[in-house]
Design a protein around this ligand. Structure first.
Ligand code: NAP
Ligand code: MG
Length: 498
């Protein structure tokens, strides 16, 4: 089997290197000299040893980012030049697409074909899209009518200025893409960054750091500190000289970030968990909808914050849909992400494997009917079968809690009122899907659902221009589109009496 595995020589050479973190344009070991291992989830074997940064390294990185923020080389750089650097970075990502995709496959487990077709080009697109914004961050002129100065005239305008030094903490499910989502808007607005990748998947972010220097960003504008959440993430979130923290990950850690940020009232944006409902009406095109709702939860091994993990099916087509989904699930080839035949790779860590298999047991004990899947695949690596749990209801943990694996909870519905109530009965509000040929029904549902994204007759469609983020406990602020710029800008009003 190993002879068939995709093996990019550049990625292999990178993995084998001595890994350091990026602080102020230099590649350095952790001040403590400590390291941790990153694991190949397809085999459970150690891939590489990575510096375990802690508060001392975070402090150095923040000082460097502050100096870079104030350095005229960056602060006074022409916006068009900033845009060109971002554009160059997008180009470099595409030039090294095979290598970066392989690094994410090795570290995260996802199929190489998926990383190469989705993660890497989306990351490049994000930088290309954000490059265009650098020259368009304009304020406005404002007409004043000050009641107690009736005779005075003013010239008033706003400036949109970068917030300053930004801490960014990212998860392991889309390692390169999450780094891009965070870095792109911070850099186009002129902020400087300390980025902490997830401990499970640091490799592509470190390679990206090299490409950032190659693109020509001044030293200290981007710093990358690897390390564990409690040791490196927590001091970054609490640091008194960080002006803003942007976090993607669990809702639980998101709440810790908010508390840590309170001391200096740093600005916070959060992209958190979800339990996104898919609404399947009996008038949908089933040839599109059945694979659609299945892939909505199986994509990326289900390790997607917006995974369509709750499915509500109109009762007249309930049995047919379950049968169709079961056929799709049985056709999913689970295996090493480096094997070109693989549709679904392993979960990313032992912890994830334990969590997801734990929920499979919980689902059984709660009385959900397992239509297909329900167990592990093989005896090595963190592989889990695509799993369909039918006849679920809202008293069950498998309906209420985010599983973050290839597990879907399915239930029938009778009418639209019941459906809307169920769809919105969640602490989360990240995304949702509606499947119907009736446009009016689709748009009525789109209005009724409390979620930051509604996909109609599609799912998991992402574009750098589309804002993405959560209602309720799924987050604060938006990623991508024009809206993400607000996370990194502040507005100054300048008023002159003339
Ligand atoms: P997580 O614990 O929230 O981790 C996300 C990031 O936060 C990682 O970089 C992590 O570092 C860091 N972190 C952990 N504890 C921290 C702390 N006390 N202070 C500051 N940073 C901290 O997520 P996870 O455990 O990897 O995944 C579990 C759950 O997170 C999933 O089930 C899902 O709910 C959610 N999740 C959501 C997304 C999303 O895209 N919205 C992505 C991944 C996970 P370390 O990795 O080094 O601990
Ligand atoms: Mg790993």
């Amino acid at each position: 089997m190993s002879t068939q595995l995709h093996a990019d020589p550049d990625a292999r050479a990178f993995v084998a290197r001595h890994h350091r973190m990026l602080i102020g344009g230099d590649w350095v070991d952790a001040a403590s000299g400590k390291t941790f291992d990153t694991i190949d989830p397809a085999t459970g074997e150690v891939l590489a040893s990575i510096p375990a940064g802690d508060s001392e390294d975070i402090d150095r990185a923040v000082k460097t980012a502050r100096a870079a923020f104030e350095n005229p080389v960056w602060a006074d750089m022409h916006p068009a030049t900033r845009g060109k650097l971002l554009h160059k970075l997008g180009d470099l990502i595409l030039e090294h697409a095979d290598e970066l995709a392989t690094l994410d496959t090795l570290d995260n487990g996802k199929p190489f074909a998926v990383a190469r077709a989705a993660d890497v080009p989306l990351a490049a697109d994000l930088f290309h899209y954000m490059a265009g914004w650098a020259t368009k961050l304009n304020g406005s002129t404002i007409s004043l009518s000050v009641p107690y100065m009736p005779d005075a005239q003013f010239h008033a305008y706003t400036l949109r200025e970068p917030i300053g030094v930004v801490g960014q903490i990212i998860p392991w499910n889309f390692p390169l893409l999450m780094a891009a989502w965070k870095l792109g808007p911070a850099l186009t607005t002129g902020c400087t960054v300390v980025l902490k990748p997830a401990e499970q998947t640091p490799l592509s972010a470190l390679r990206l750091g090299e490409l950032i220097l190659e693109a020509g960003f001044p030293e200290g504008v981007v710093n990358i500190v690897t390390g564990l959440g409690e040791e490196a993430g927590a001091p970054l979130a609490a640091h008194p000289d960080v002006d803003k923290i942007a976090f993607t990950g669990s809702t639980e850690v998101g709440k810790m970030i908010v508390r840590a940020a309170a001391d200096n009232l740093k600005k916070v944006s959060l992209e958190l968990g979800g339990k996104s409902p898919n609404l399947l009406f009996d008038d949908a095109d089933m040839s599109q909808a059945i694979p659609g709702v299945a892939n909505a939860v199986f994509f990326n091994q289900g390790q997607v914050c917006c995974a369509g993990s709750r499915l509500y099916v109109q009762n007249s087509v309930y049995d047919d849909v379950l049968q169709g989904m079961s056929d799709v699930a049985k056709g999913v080839k689970v295996g090493n992400g480096l094997d070109p035949a693989t549709d679904m790779g392993p979960l990313t860590s032992q912890e994830q494997f334990d969590r997801v298999t734990g929920y499979l047991n919980i689902g059984q004990s709660e009385g959900a009917r397992t239509i297909t899947g329900g167990g592990r695949v093989g005896d090595k690596g963190y592989f889990v079968e695509p799993t369909i749990l039918a006849d679920t209801d809202h008293s069950m943990k498998v309906v209420k809690e985010e599983i973050f694996g290839p597990v879907i909870a399915v239930a029938p519905f009778k009418d639209v009122d019941e459906l809307t109530r169920k769809a919105n009965d969640s602490i989360y509000g990240l995304a949702s899907g509606v499947w119907t040929k009736d446009l009016s029904k689709a748009h009525r549902a789109a209005k009724a659902i409390k979620a930051g994204t509604v996909w109609v007759n599609c799912f998991n469609v992402f574009d750098a221009a589309l804002p993405f983020g959560g209602y309720k406990q799924s987050g604060w602020g938006r990623e991508m589109g024009a809206e993400v710029l607000e996370n990194y800008l502040q507005t100054k009003a300048v008023t002159t009496q003339i």
